[in-house]
Design a protein around this ligand. Structure first.
Ligand code: TYD
Ligand code: MG
Length: 457
């Protein structure tokens, strides 16, 4: 008979307390501490202990003595997914894919499973029935005879099946639905999620099978369950985008095997997710239109240079306090740039409503889009369009100065590749840059006024 014990856990951060508290001393959240029953068998048993025993004794070894076995990666059919992973699935790795409900996590994973026809895949679902999965699979344009579906939530049963099937890749939808028989509390609770994740991790590390887990996210957009979940896994991917728009972005937020700020872009179609290999095609609207308030920025996300359209609408505020609203761009940064334009450029924006939109539902943190933001605001304010063959790439300072940004060469080459004719960059960015190398006219500037007088006269 298992021994029963109870402990108090914060549902928000996983803090473990011996007694009940109104406020969590770790994350300062109120009313998040709940009692949970923990039943532990004898320490030797349990977790991924149902099958093989974990009796491998480990010894310390000199780092120079460790042979680096060149771990091959499993290159999936999905180039965007490979990119965010840093070049494919690493054997024995544990990947967590988070995202809002309905964004397409299950679709992405099922599509991945079906497209890897050379591997035996086990798709464990605690959320949908076999029928539902079959229906979804039929909508997707792939078929795979080596993809098993298991609708089960108990980890002991899952691991038994894993021993029978011996899959090459395991996908779990979702970690919050799993229950370990060792823990009494319900699925999705902090202790369950923690235990199930550590069992899965143990399995992945010992068998060298890559496991991908889907995770739910909370109202404020962070991954649900304890923070330890994110510490435990090797890679954390966020699937984001507007449910009502067709574009979806898969973003790396943690990666032990590659760059942690990669980006993959998909389009949700009626037959699944399509990879978007040239994102600028969707991030820039029709080139022939010339409306005011539009400027194109040369930005970089992860390792990927992107051209993105910034749209502004500046109109006289008729109702009291002017409104400032921005989509995909930090609102405080917008306030700052507006103040710079007002003070250094002499534009009377204090009485204007300003709406700013980054195309494609992308959230941009790259400061290199500052200049495009300023240009789009002034373009809308003056009602003078900016040619679509020009793009902008610089940060703006408080003094109205145009500042350099990193990796300018890749930004310029990408702009040239996409057929832009002119790019504005900071004068300080030109050091070591050979203008002849690029098939685009480079305009170095040091002050915002220079940009405006060049564009609007
Ligand atoms: P789903 O993968 O179930 O989301 P999650 O697992 O993140 O909750 O995605 C469901 C949405 O995707 C649903 O609104 C329907 C849509 N969808 C398509 O547009 N095309 C398709 O081919 C599929 C399978 C789903
Ligand atoms: Mg789902």
């Amino acid at each position: 008979m298992a021994k029963l014990k109870s402990a108090y856990f914060c549902q928000s951060c996983g803090y473990n307390s011996p007694k009940w508290l109104g406020r969590c001393p770790s994350c300062n959240e109120w009313n998040t501490i709940v009692e949970e029953l923990i039943a532990k068998d004898e320490p030797e048993k349990g977790s991924w202990r149902f099958g093989k025993s974990s009796k491998t004794t480990s010894k310390p070894r000199l780092i120079s003595e460790i042979n680096k076995t060149e771990k091959y990666r499993i290159i999936t059919e999905d180039a965007e997914f490979n990119r965010v992973l840093g070049g494919g699935l690493v054997p024995g790795s544990l990947t967590l894919v988070g995202g809002e409900p309905g964004i397409g996590k299950s679709t992405l994973m099922l599509q991945l499973a079906l497209s890897l026809s050379d591997y035996t895949i086990l798709y464990v679902s605690g959320e949908e029935s076999e029928q539902q999965i079959k229906m979804r699979a039929e909508r997707l344009a792939f078929s795979n005879n080596r993809c098993y579906v298991l609708t089960e939530t108990a980890t002991d049963v899952i691991f038994k099946q894993i021993e029978l099937i011996e899959p090459d890749i395991v996908i779990i939808d979702s970690i919050q639905t799993l229950v370990s028989p060792l823990i009494e509390s319900g699925a999705g609770s902090v202790s369950q999620v923690k235990e199930c994740a550590s069992e899965v991790m143990k399995y992945a590390k010992e068998s060298d099978v890559p496991v991908i887990m889907i995770g739910h996210i909370t109202k404020d957009g962070s991954l649900a369950g304890p923070k330890v979940l994110e510490h435990m896994v090797d890679t954390v991917l966020q699937f984001e985008g507007d449910q009502f728009m067709t574009y979806r972005i898969l973003r790396t937020t943690k990666n032990r095997f590659g760059n942690a700020s990669e980006l993959g872009i998909y389009e949700m179609l009626s037959n699944g997710l399509r990879q978007v290999s040239n994102p600028s095609e969707i991030l820039i609207s029709e080139k022939n239109e010339s409306i005011s308030g539009v400027a194109i920025a040369a930005m970089i996300e992860g390792n990927r240079p992107l051209q993105i359209e910034i749209q502004s609408l500046v109109s006289t505020a008729n109702y009291g306090t002017p409104q400032r609203s921005s989509n995909g761009f930090d609102p405080r940064r917008l306030q700052m740039l507006l103040a710079v334009l007002e003070k250094r450029g002499g534009f009377r924006l204090g009485t204007q409503d300003v709406f700013l939109n980054v195309a494609g539902g992308l959230k941009v943190e790259d400061p290199a889009i500052d200049l495009a933001v300023c240009v789009s605001i002034v373009s809308s304010y003056e009602d003078l369009p900016v040619s679509h063959s020009i793009c902008f790439c610089a940060e703006c300072g408080l003094g109205g100065e145009v500042r350099p940004v990193n990796r300018i060469e890749s930004r310029i080459s990408e702009a040239a590749k996409l057929g832009f004719e002119k790019i504005f960059i900071a004068k300080n960015n030109t050091k070591g840059l050979n203008f002849e190398d690029f098939n685009i006219k480079i305009v170095p500037v040091s002050k915002l006024e220079e940009v405006f007088s060049e564009l609007f006269g």
